[in-house]
Design a binder for this molecule. Structure first.
Ligand SMILES: Nc1ncnc2c1ncn2[C@@H]1O[C@H](COP(=O)(O)OP(=O)(O)O)[C@@H](O)[C@H]1O
Ligand SMILES: CC(C)(COP(=O)(O)O)[C@@H](O)C(=O)NCCC(=O)O
Ligand SMILES: [K+]
Length: 257
């Protein structure tokens, strides 16, 4: 069993890949906190393994992608001590023997490189990966697997939260698709503004990218919030919630020395 640990700014996603069925069989999420302790991981993940009847020695390989440096040592140390396996932490050096390339291996988020690895392996063509996480990112990949660039904007929930945090009268609202684009009360106004606004943002960003490239490419969506925006289905060739963890697996395998 391959275990992937994907530490994003909101969640640490723990996913299990069964090499026999070649499928991701289980996943669960913990909230990302800088002060996450090893004892807490032992307890939470230990309980999960017990409840799902997964033996520690059934885990044969562990790959980690983290864009939250504060949790790296805890995840590595948990893997060594509790799971009794040396994990593979994806870093700027992990991309050297891959079919994908980047000019800034130490700067680009490893989650974005994982997305690119999974998308490029699947499509073998130029593509754009849109990741709806804490940040909303667009990663542009060339036909030869080169990362041409990235766009980063606040993610949908992040934008909603900053509106609530920075105003006196705006409440925190649930992220729900409203019935109409024109808001009829404050809650509706915020939901309509954020949801329909982000539909426009995604459309506008993709148009600008394709203008600059000179042609359109396949678009792959991923991230916890990828299902949320209505009327965008036609812009995505594929939505794959497991793109990042699949990339963690592929990059870990490619570096398996
Ligand atoms: N299935 C889901 N339904 C609704 N919200 C989700 C789901 N999965 C994740 N989220 C939320 O989406 C946001 C982004 O999650 P995620 O893509 O895991 O971000 P990150 O990689 O930045 O941690 C988080 O606020 C998370 O709680
Ligand atoms: C852009 C990100 C914040 C996205 O993180 P996420 O939303 O998945 O938590 C992360 O990939 C990151 O910290 N990247 C480093 C900067 C860069 O990619 O250029
Ligand atoms: K992510």
């Amino acid at each position: 069993m391959f275990l992937s640990l994907d530490a994003g700014n909101s969640n640490i996603v723990i996913s299990f890949f069964d090499p026999l069925s070649r499928e991701w069989t289980r996943e669960f999420r913990l909230e990302t906190r800088a002060n996450l302790s090893e004892a807490e991981l032992n307890q939470r993940i230990g309980l999960y393994l017990l409840e799902n009847e997964i033996r520690v020695d059934a885990i044969t390989r562990i790959g980690i992608s983290s864009v939250v440096p504060e949790v790296n040592r805890t995840l590595e140390s948990f893997s060594r001590n509790f799971l009794r396996k040396e994990p593979y932490l994806i870093s700027g050096r992990s991309y050297e023997r891959l079919p994908i390339r980047t000019e800034k291996p130490d700067e680009i988020g490893s989650d974005l490189m994982c997305n690119v690895m999974a998308a490029y392996t699947r499509y073998q063509s130029a593509c754009v990966v849109v990741d709806f996480g804490t940040a909303l990112t667009f990663t542009v990949v060339s036909a030869s697997g080169e990362v041409l660039g990235v766009n980063i904007v606040p993610g949908i929930k992040t934008a909603l939260k900053s509106l609530f945090t920075n105003t006196a009268k705006l409440p925190e609202v649930r992220l729900e698709v409203p019935a109409s684009a024109i808001g009829r009360d404050t809650v509706h106004s915020i939901q309509a503004g954020v949801i329909y606004g982000y539909v426009g943002l995604v459309n506008g960003m993709l148009d600008a990218i394709f203008d600059e490239l000179g042609s359109a490419t396949p678009v792959i969506g991923t991230g916890g919030l990828s299902h949320l925006l209505p009327k965008l289905e036609h812009r995505f060739d594929h939505i794959d919630r497991r793109l990042t963890v699949e990339g963690i697996r592929l990059i870990t395998e490619a570096n398996n020395t």
